[in-house]
Write a protein that binds this ligand. Structure first.
Ligand code: CTP
Ligand code: CA
Length: 498
């Protein structure tokens, strides 16, 4: 008996030290359990991924850097633009006769990108170049020149450590559709399945309109229809890109119809009174948008003189749209199908630059008032305009009367926006810090960042999961304490005996 008692008393499980150790281990285990629960799905340190897109537009090239958390969480609109760089000089299509310069022009912005993307991420960062209407026109006019420009650009981009994914011309459909994806992604409309926003993009050489129309299924004009399945929602998008109807080419079209007989002086209502400049016929007609209309036997130059009259300018601009034929139920212009515009719209690129300059971005202002203001602006003498805006590039400055009039005419006559639907347009440059344009949508698509189906939502939100594990841990702790209580009381009795 006494030997047995001796053994019991000497058992290591019965010493106060052992009991304290067990208690501490128990507490540590429970704390660890709760910590694991709290950190579940949350990385210890936030790591980022990067993507670079070069937008090789007709008038200029811009580089955009995007950043997103590396964790596989594609369920929120979390890709953000962290940096942009405007390439000095014209768009790459202007280097047709000197292709290597097109490549060289990109290097400054590429060096900037090297600085902005962390060094250890360069190799894994995809780099894309997408070209739009300027290269579309060059490709139509001289495909070998366009190939050479691409070769030069690719060679230049391969010099960098980034993961170069190629340079190509986007179709007008892609340009329109990706602009729409960008706007709706940044507005968090796709993930939540909200009513979408239409996209209006005005470039230098082409212009795009894209929107979802509830009473259009895409069958009437399949080439104007793009279908997407994003986050579990189906979208049937109407989109069209009008080549030659960007701001610069539309100006050529408008001027070309005033120079049919090859006059020496052109009195242009879209330019300010007092504006006068000698221009070359060869330059005006140096574009496939107008080259076929070059007047025979025209002199080398003409004197481009402004008369500053909004009403007459609008008349001239209307004539570049053809409304005479339409084989569909309804058309915008030039025989292109378009359902009635519907819902809110975001208007960006030159829509924004121009209307922002003219202080006409407030679309709650009635259209009649917008027209009145533009009438006054166009009627202002050129000398006054240059005096008021001496910091603005003269080429841009001379064209704002035309550009503003063109925008209003394109929207109301071309796309059939009414006073009411015009008020649903928002002129935008950026949404939540990222530029509106096709580049973000293009990258999201190429990196598969937008899933077709909504991500499986966990049965409980993260907070709910943490609460349940915490409650269970507390219960476990109470049970544990209760179970070691007899040991504690026996232990303290022993201490009393001693
Ligand atoms: N502050 C500015 C900047 C640009 N522009 C005009 O805006 C047009 C260019 O718009 P942009 O969206 O940059 O065109 P690109 O992308 O170069 O052309 P595209 O999309 O047709 O390829 C040009 O006509 C340019 O004169 C302007 O009026 N004011
Ligand atoms: Ca563009």
């Amino acid at each position: 008996m006494s030997a047995q008692r001796d053994m019991k008393e000497k058992s290591p499980w019965r010493t106060p030290v052992t009991i304290i150790i067990i208690t501490v281990i128990g507490v540590i285990a429970i704390v660890a359990l709760v910590t694991v629960a709290v950190l579940q799905n949350k990385p210890l340190s936030q790591k980022y991924k990067y993507g670079i897109v070069l937008d090789a537009g007709s008038s200029h090239t811009a580089l955009y850097i995007y950043e997103w958390p590396a964790e596989k969480d594609n369920n929120t609109g979390r890709v953000e633009q962290t940096h942009s760089c405007k390439v000095q000089g014209p768009g790459i299509s202007a280097y047709a006769s000197d292709p290597w310069k097109a490549g060289e022009s990109l290097t400054d912005c590429m060096h900037e990108a090297q600085q902005k993307v962390p060094r250890n991420k360069h190799e894994e960062t995809p780099l894309y170049l997408g070209a739009t209407a300027g290269m579309r026109l060059l490709n139509m006019e001289n495909s070998s020149a366009s190939d050479q420009v691409f070769q030069a650009v690719e060679e230049a981009l391969r010099q960098f450590q980034f993961s170069f994914q190629g340079a190509r011309i986007l179709s007008g459909q892609e340009e329109g559709a990706f602009g729409w994806v960008t706007v709706n992604y940044l507005d968090d409309r796709l993930k939540q399945g909200l009513e979408t926003t239409g996209a209006l993009d005005l470039g230098g050489a082409s212009t795009q309109i894209s929107f979802v129309s509830s009473n259009y299924d895409g069958s009437e004009s399949p080439k104007n229809s793009v279908t997407f399945r994003l986050y579990g929602n189906d979208y049937n998008l109407y989109t069209h890109s009008f080549l030659c109807y960007g701001k610069d080419q539309a100006l050529r079209l408008t001027l070309a119809q005033q120079t049919l007989s090859g006059p020496v002086i052109i009195s242009d209502p879209c330019f300010h009174k007092g504006y006068t400049k000698i221009k070359n016929y060869a330059d005006l007609y140096d574009s496939p948008c107008v080259s076929h209309r070059k007047p025979q036997g025209a002199p080398a130059t003409f004197n481009h003189t402004g008369t500053g009259n909004f009403q007459q300018c609008q008349e001239q601009i209307k004539r570049i749209f053809n409304f005479t034929y339409c084989k569909y139920s309804r058309c915008s212009f030039n025989g292109i199908f378009q359902p009635l515009v519907q819902g809110p719209f975001g208007a960006f690129s030159a829509y924004y630059f121009v209307m922002d300059f003219l202080n006409l971005t407030d679309t709650s202002e009635p259209l009649t008032e917008v027209k009145d203001k533009l009438t006054k602006y166009c009627a202002t003498l050129w000398s006054e305009i240059t005096a008021q805006h001496h910091t603005v590039k003269e080429k841009y400055l001379a064209e704002y009367c035309f550009a503003g009039t063109y925008i209003l005419t394109l929207l109301t006559e071309g796309y059939n926006f009414t006073s009411e639907s015009y008020s649903k347009i928002k002129y935008i440059k950026q949404i939540k810090g990222s530029d509106a344009g096709w580049t973000l949508g293009y990258m999201l698509n190429l990196t598969n960042m937008i899933p077709a189906e909504a991500p499986d939502s966990p049965p409980l939100p993260h907070a709910g999961y943490v609460s349940i594990v915490t409650i269970m841990a507390i219960l476990l702790f109470i049970v544990f304490i209760l179970s070691i209580r007899p040991l504690w009381s026996r232990c303290s009795k022993q201490l009393h005996i001693v």
